[in-house]
Design a protein around this ligand. Structure first.
Ligand code: NDP
Length: 481
């Protein structure tokens, strides 16, 4: 049994109330350890440690901060195998995915922001006639809160923490209670890399208690949150009267629009990934597939054939494509959407069932699922399912495709498959999303703005955008007459 502890003021500690939650391996359903069920008392301790550390961390040179972040990146790389194994066990994702994507990206988050902070700049504006110069002083905010979800645990946790620290803030962070393990291991890495005590504090616990205490804390000045849209709305409501800076990265129901003139082979293999990578539990997965009518039947048959070949299996097995869903409640939620088919003139073309795999018969496994829908207004096309479930629907012409894509409350990302340049630009302009991929999916450059429109969020992460979020801009006007 593993005991996961809070990380406050540079040391591992138990929750003040000595209450614990169970940590479960979703591929077996077996409890592998326990984690703190922290309260506002623990959050207060974390805040105090952060506040004490802030005086010197905020004055540490950019070069020194950069060096520590680089060391953290190096240590993550050196512990790739152990971290990947922990992530895969905790989340249910294939070990190969954790090794190739999650952990390398966590290292890259630290490496990228260790460099980005050395290139970060601010503006100055001269008013020659009035003999004055204005410059923007970008100062760290102070103590910031970072709250992350379970789908890409270390990847998204570090995507917030790295820029917050690079910009000179001290952090009180909470990973999802469903996947706490790699955040726990990260703490030791930070200590080894020489991160001063109190600069990063990790408090484990439930969202509505521990997370809520972070959001409500009067002196935690900014909240960077990634999670569901409902939770995001609740956080916004709590934080608004306290005038906190807020960055919200929320849910998605992303369209994947396929035109007949696309590179068919590339589109087909990428669409399998954009539908089912990480068991479909990526906010950027293309869960609504719209296909031009002239190739609809061909696509449908080829897609089903390809998806049938995906292997659902134990995350630790080499040839597993689809691992376990993250938890029993989440599996039940995803399966409940399959029930919806009966009410909505929809047809399950493939999958739709829970499956049992060898050596993991109590694990939360499910078949990749393809559903044909007859309307974009149905629940299956309007609500975020966040599992291995996609819908298919044909369209005729650009106007209809655009209307279908935009007719949803979410606006995170969209993918368009076409070799028509004019159409690519038109869709890039007209799609109501924060991210548009043309002839690709999930191709990321960390310098770019990342975030959603409509109910998918407020603000942008990534590159200098997030460094602006994690700093307070102060204008200084000097008259030199
Ligand atoms: P949740 O909104 O349930 O939880 C996200 C985090 O917030 C967790 O750490 C959770 O804690 C915490 N939390 C819950 N309630 C509160 C509260 N009242 N105050 C403060 N914190 C709280 O999301 P999930 O973990 O279920 O993640 C899946 C969602 O995340 C999907 O909707 C997905 O689309 C979205 N997502 C968005 C991304 C983006 O970049 N836009 C990227 C990845 C995922 P606990 O787990 O302990 O309840």
């Amino acid at each position: 049994m593993i005991t996961i502890k809070n990380y406050i003021n540079g040391t591992y500690c138990e929750p003040s109330n000595n209450e614990w939650l169970e940590a479960i391996d979703p591929s077996t359903g077996v409890v592998y350890g326990r984690l703190p069920n922290s309260t506002d008392k623990d959050v207060e301790e974390a805040y105090k440690a952060a506040n004490t550390a802030f005086a010197s961390w905020s004055k540490t040179s950019v070069g020194q901060r950069s060096e520590i972040l680089r060391k953290i990146a190096d240590l993550i790389v050196s512990k790739l195998d152990a971290l990947a194994a922990a992530e895969s066990m905790d989340n249910g994702k294939p070990l190969s995915l954790a090794k190739e994507v999650d952990i390398p990206r966590a290292a890259l988050n630290f490496r990228f922001f260790s460099q980005a902070i050395t290139q970060f700049y601010s503006e100055s504006h001269e008013q020659v006639s009035q003999k004055s110069i204005n410059f923007t002083l970008r100062q760290p905010i102070g103590i910031v809160g970072c709250i992350s979800p379970w789908n890409l645990p270390l990847y998204l946790f570090t995507w917030k923490i790295a820029p917050a620290l690079a910009a000179g803030n001290c952090v009180v962070a909470k990973p999802s209670e469903v996947t706490p393990y790699t955040a726990f291991l990260l703490a030791e890495i930070c200590t080894k890399a020489g991160l001063p005590k109190g600069v990063l504090n990790i408090v484990h616990g439930m969202g509505h208690t521990t997370g809520q205490a972070i959001v409500e804390h009067p002196n935690i000045k900014a909240i960077s949150f990634t999670g569901g849209t409902k939770t995001g709305a609740h956080i916004a409501k709590t934080a608004a009267p306290l005038f906190k800076k807020l960055s919200l990265e929320l849910g998605g129901k992303n369209p994947n629009i396929i035109f007949a003139d696309c590179d068919y082979k590339k589109m087909l293999s990428t669409t399998v990934k954009s539908s089912f990578a990480n068991q479909g539990q990526i906010c950027l997965c293309g869960s609504r597939i719209f296909v031009e009518a002239s190739i609809y039947e061909q696509f449908k048959n080829d897609f089903i054939e390809k998806v049938k070949q995906l292997k659902v299996g134990l995350p630790s097995e080499k040839n597993t494509d689809i691992g376990a869903l993250v938890s029993k409640p989440h599996l039940d939620k995803v399966l409940s959407y399959i029930e919806q088919v009966k009410q909505e003139k929809a047809t399950v073309l493939y999958g739709g069932e829970r499956v049992s795999v060898e050596n993991g018969k109590n694990g939360y496994f499910m078949q990749p699922t393809i559903i044909e829908v007859s309307s974009n207004d149905c629940v299956l096309n309007q609500e975020e399912i966040f599992g291995p479930v996609v819908t298919l629907m044909p369209f005729k012409g650009d106007t209809e495709a655009l209307k279908l894509a935009n007719n949803v409350k979410y606006g995170l990302s969209a993918t368009v498959w076409t070799n028509n340049l004019k159409r690519s630009l038109y869709f890039s302009e007209q799609l109501q999303t924060g991210i548009v991929w043309i002839n690709t999916w999930l191709q990321r450059d960390l310098r770019t703005p990342f975030g959603g429109a409509k109910s998918s969020g407020v603000g942008r992460e990534g590159g200098f955008e997030v460094l602006r979020f994690f700093t307070e801009a102060k204008n200084v006007c000097i008259n030199y007459e």
